[in-house]
Design a protein around this ligand. Structure first.
Ligand code: SF4
Length: 387
């Protein structure tokens, strides 16, 4: 049984793009609660939810509580005084409870409320800090938002997927971009934090439409965003379309290129990019079929390309100094350190050290060393030309 979820199920506890050094304390922990959307009436071509409609049971309220307690026992262990948290290395500064799977606000209101009552209780006790959920753009209205407000929900993420109506239509999303815009604005008017998700490689998607979608996201100014590549799953219309020759999946390079274009636009606008790519936990089983865009380190592929561009620009911008130095030096190669933040060190080197190899070939007159510099921000780089 396979399912492409409407949105991500975080399986990890650390999030954020500007978190600095995690060594001693988790900054941001997420407790994921997966609520399958039974009875989803939609037929998005990339999703096989309908194949399991009515089969998958939702967790009982007791199961949800027990899961929260289990996570909290490591994230925020209680000391003997039940209102004091033990400040261990594992102690998480912010704990967010997130309802993922299907479309949370599409389930009956009384069921939503029962789950949210649990979340609200933990929040009022100070055991969690935030409540987060994901849903479809057309499952938002005043009534729903009033109920979420009553339950102290903080963040609502919308599976926008694209702002190109042709793409939405070809993907059978069942809503248009106007709907996403209206819901996004309503969410913000009610004072919630907004999250928006985009996909690259849906039917009829192009680099141009991905870029358009990114600019639309910036216009709606969410607090956070996610970027996913489209993958083909078993039992989906997308897979049939592929087999009939009606759909051509993106190559990995093209998927990275489009995700990178979106990333750069969102980054420039200061939007936190919580996720780039799918993790194995996002897909209930390993039913990804021949999807070149699927890569477990997709985010690293994107950020490594960004790192490569930025470092190359830096070296080129210093070309005159380097050439001058080369003329005066007796050494066969000029020694240059390339520095990044700790978090971006592996991006600087590239996936499988591809960037290192690239620079070695491209700048064969330089003796390059790669260093961590904690004063540098994530995504920034510095070059030091040695004497
Ligand atoms: S709305 Fe679409 S993506 Fe979400 S569960 Fe239903 S069919 Fe799947």
């Amino acid at each position: 049984m396979a399912q492409y979820r409407e949105q991500s199920n975080f399986s990890t506890v650390m999030a954020g793009t500007k978190m600095g050094n995690f060594r001693s304390q988790k900054k941001h922990a997420i407790i994921p609660i997966f609520i399958p959307h039974y009875g989803c009436g939609y037929d998005c071509v990339f999703c096989n939810q309908n194949k399991i409609t009515g089969v998958k049971s939702i967790p009982s309220y007791e199961e949800v509580e027990s899961k929260i307690d289990k996570w909290l026992s490591t994230l925020r262990p209680l000391s003997e005084d039940s209102f004091n948290y033990a400040k261990s290395d594992n102690y998480a500064k912010t704990v967010e409870l997130a309802f993922y799977g299907g479309s949370f606000t599409g389930i009956p209101m009384e069921v939503q409320s029962s789950y949210l009552d649990i979340a609200k209780r933990y929040k009022e006790l100070g055991r969690i800090d935030k409540i987060h959920l994901s849903t479809r753009p057309d499952y938002i209205d005043e009534n729903i938002l009033e109920n979420l407000k009553r339950h102290s929900v903080d963040t609502i993420e919308l599976g926008a997927q694209s702002f190109d109506d042709e793409v939405l239509m070809a993907s059978k999303r069942g809503h248009d971009s106007k709907c996403t815009e209206k819901s996004a604005k309503l969410i913000k008017d009610y004072g919630f934090e907004l999250g928006l998700q985009l996909m690259v490689g849906l039917p009829k998607d192009t680099l141009k439409s991905s870029v358009h979608s990114a600019h639309e996201v910036v216009r709606l100014s969410p607090s956070l965003a996610r970027i996913y590549p489209t993958v083909m799953l078993e039992d989906t219309e997308l897979l049939n379309m592929y087999r009939n020759g009606e759909y051509k999946p993106l190559t990995r390079d093209e998927a990275v290129k489009r995700a990178k274009a979106i990333y750069l636009i969102l980054e420039k606008a200061g939007i936190t990019i919580m996720r780039v790519g799918l993790k194995s936990g996002d897909i209930i089983d390993n039913s990804v079929i021949d999807s070149p865009a699927y890569h477990p380190a997709f985010r690293q592929l994107v950020e490594s390309e960004i790192a490569r561009d930025r470092i190359e620009n830096l070296i080129n911008a210093n070309r005159d100094i380097l050439s001058d130095k080369s003329k005066k030096s007796d050494e066969p190669k000029i020694k240059v350190d390339i520095c990044s933040s700790p978090k971006w060190f592996s991006n600087m080197l590239g996936n499988k050290s591809e960037n290192k190899e690239y620079f070695k070939n491209k700048f064969s007159n330089l003796d390059l060393k790669y260093q961590i510099d904690r004063s540098i921000g994530d995504g920034d780089f510095k070059i030091v030309i040695k004497d």
